[in-house]
Design a binder for this molecule. Structure first.
Ligand SMILES: [Zn+2]
Length: 83
């Protein structure tokens, strides 16, 4: 699943979002709420920089992909993994 990077043209906020190819591109900036997000071409692959992992529900059409497991997850001891 590709990761898309967006940058807000209004406030400069950047975020990364895992989306299906068929998903609508995001438009609304989670920081300033202006519809100024522009998709950036990412050559870096999977890079989580800074603090942000944004999982917004704006454009979800019902099917929800789990975000990448956090450091606490991914083991059989993780309660979320057993649900
Ligand atoms: Zn913004």
């Amino acid at each position: 699943m590709p990761i898309y990077e967006y940058q807000c043209g209004a406030c400069g906020h950047q975020l990364e979002k895992i989306q299906k190819m068929s998903d609508e591109p995001m438009k609304d900036c989670p920081e300033c709420a202006k519809p100024e997000l522009a998709k950036m071409i990412s050559a870096g692959g999977f890079s989580l920089k800074g603090s942000g992992w944004y999982e917004t529900d704006f454009k979800n059409s019902g099917k929800k992909e789990a975000p990448a497991p956090s450091s606490a997850c991914g083991t059989s001891a993780c309660p979320a993994a057993n649900s």
